[in-house]
Design a protein around this ligand. Structure first.
Ligand code: SF4
Length: 347
C-alpha cells in the first residue's frame, strides 16, 4: 500500500463499491497516523478491515538490526520478504531530522571507494519499499517531525526511475508523507537523460550530483559508469535542471587522501562549477575495510574548501555522521551479510 497513490487506491475502493471517503480515511491512518496494521483502524467496519488485511499490506519489512551512533544517528537494516536487505538512516541535526534511504539492493555503479560497489546490484526496490524506509525512519522520530529525505543510500536512484518517481510523489503528497519537495534531495552519479527527465516531472526536489573528481580521466578510475558519461554532459544536464526547476544543483565530492584532494583538483573543480549554478558539498571519506582509500587530513580538507571558496564557489564541508556505526553507504549491510553475496557481475 505504501507504494500506491491515493488515486489508485480510490479506484480499487470504487471497484469494491466502497463509499468515496473510505480511500482518504484509510490513507489518513496509513500515512498521517502511521498505522502499521488495518486492525488499528477502529472507525472502519470490521469486514472492511478484514478485506484490507487479505488484499493489502502496510509493512513488508522487518527491522533486523538497529545501531545508534554517539551523535544520535540511527541506522536500520530492513529485511524484505525475499530475504534481501536495505538500510536506511535517521540523521538528527539541530531542528532537522533527515531520512537517508536506498533505491536498490546493492548498487550497479561500483564506485571504487564504496562498500556497496563491491557486491553489485541484487535487485531494484519497489516504490513501496522506498517509501517504507521513510516510514520506518519516521517512526524513530517519535513525537518529532521527520523534516527531510535524502535519496543517498544504496543504489543509483535514476537507474530505478519509475519506482523512484512514484515514491517521491508519495513522500511529497499531502495525503502521503507530506514532506515538502524542497526538503527532498535525490543524489545521482550523473545520468544525463535521467536528470533531464526528473527536471520535467513537476517535482521541485533537489538534485545532488556525485562528481568526486574534476576531470574525466580521474573520474573514470573512481566511478566505472563515468566511462560512458563525460563531465561536460552531466554539466549540460545540470544546467537544464536549473533552468527548468530553478533549483540549484549540489555537487557532491568525496575527498580521498592523495587521490582527489590536491590544490590543483580544487582549481579544476572550480572550472566545472563555473559552468552551472551549483554549490559544492565536500565529504571526508569514511574508510571501508579492504578498500585502499584513506580519509584526507584535516589540513588537506580545509585547504580544499578554502581554495573553492576563495574562487567564489559556495562550498560546505558535510559533517561525517555515525562514524562509529559504519555510516558510509553499504557498510552496515556488508557487515551483516556473510558471506558476501554473489553479484550479477560474477556470472
Ligand atoms: S557511492 Fe553510491 S553510486 Fe557509487 S557504488 Fe556506492 S552506492 Fe553506488
Amino acid at each position: 500500500m505504501l507504494g500506491t497513490t491515493l488515486d489508485a487506491f480510490a479506484a480499487w475502493c470504487a471497484e469494491q463499491d466502497l463509499p468515496a471517503y473510505r480511500a482518504r480515511q484509510v490513507y489518513a491512518w496509513v500515512f498521517a497516523r502511521g498505522a502499521a496494521d488495518f486492525a488499528e483502524m477502529t472507525d472502519l467496519p470490521r469486514p472492511l478491515r478484514e478485506t484490507l488485511t487479505e488484499r493489502w499490506s502496510i509493512r513488508r519489512s522487518e527491522v533486523v538490526r538497529r545501531r545508534e551512533a554517539a551523535d544520535g544517528t540511527v541506522k536500520l537494516l530492513l529485511a524484505w520478504p525475499d530475504g534481501e536487505t536495505s538500510e536506511c538512516v535517521l540523521i538528527p541535526d539541530d531542528d532537522r531530522r533527515t531520512a537517508c534511504i536506498s533505491t536498490q539492493v546493492g548498487c550497479p555503479v561500483g564506485c571504487a571507494f564504496c562498500a556497496s560497489g563491491l557486491d553489485g546490484l541484487r535487485r531494484q526496490l519497489s516504490a513501496g519499499e522506498i517509501v517504507e524506509q521513510v516510514v520506518r525512519v519516521r517512526e524513530l522520530c517519535g513525537e518529532k517531525r521527520l523534516t527531510n529525505v535524502v535519496v543517498m543510500g544504496l543504489g543509483e536512484p535514476l537507474a530505478n526511475y519509475p519506482a523512484l518517481v512514484q515514491a517521491l510523489r508519495i513522500i511529497n503528497a499531502p495525503w502521503g508523507l507530506n514532506i515538502g519537495a524542497r526538503r527532498i534531495t535525490v543524489s545521482t552519479v550523473g545520468l544525463p537523460a535521467g536528470i533531464r527527465k526528473l527536471a520535467r516531472e513537476g517535482l521541485q526536489v533537489n538534485l545532488a550530483i556525485s562528481l568526486h573528481a574534476p576531470d574525466d580521466k580521474l573520474r573514470r578510475t573512481l566511478i566505472p559508469w563515468a566511462e560512458k558519461i563525460a563531465i561536460d554532459e552531466i554539466v549540460q544536464a545540470g544546467r537544464e535542471f536549473f533552468e527548468i526547476t530553478g533549483r540549484e544543483v549540489t555537487v557532491e565530492y568525496v575527498l580521498l587522501r592523495g587521490i582527489n584532494d590536491k590544490v590543483y583538483h580544487a582549481h579544476e573543480l572550480v572550472k566545472v562549477c563555473r559552468k552551472m549554478r551549483c554549490n559544492v558539498n565536500l565529504i571526508r571519506y569514511n574508510p571501508v575495510a579492504d578498500l585502499p582509500f584513506e580519509r584526507p587530513s584535516s589540513f588537506a580538507t580545509e585547504r580544499f574548501l578554502t581554495e573553492l571558496r576563495q574562487r567564489g564557489v559556495n562550498a560546505h564541508l558535510r559533517a561525517s555522521r555515525g562514524l562509529d556505526i559504519d555510516a558510509a553507504c553499504g557498510q552496515l549491510r556488508r557487515s551483516t551479510i556473510s558471506p558476501p553475496p554473489k553479484s550479477p557481475a560474477d556470472d
